[in-house]
Design a protein. Structure first.
Length: 95
């Protein structure tokens, strides 16, 4: 039976067993190499207030927040797209 993807949908390669993490949206347990992780900056200060404070010379710290999603949640949030079969073979990632 032919394989749908060369890497079987994972970034494991020849590692053997990898641990699992929990999806931050639905709580599903997903292998670490299969999860789609997104890092975004988070600022505890409101954006409008932060702009005013930065104009006056204040330094507003922004924190990187990494969230990991299962494939279903990543498709639902639009982080990854469902591609046609001939597009799946290409190496270019679509974000």
């Amino acid at each position: 039976m032919p394989k749908k993807r060369e890497n079987r949908g994972r970034r494991k390669g020849d590692k053997g067993h990898v641990g699992t993490i929990m999806c931050d949206n639905c709580g599903a347990r997903v292998p670490e190499d299969k999860a789609i992780c997104v890092t975004r900056t988070y600022s505890p200060v409101d954006a409008a207030l932060a702009n005013e404070l930065e104009k006056k010379g204040a330094i507003i710290t922004r924190y990187p927040v990494t969230k990991c999603y299962c494939v279903n949640c990543a498709v639902h949030y639009g982080l990854i797209k469902i591609r046609a079969e001939d597009e799946r073979k290409s190496r270019a990632r679509i974000y």
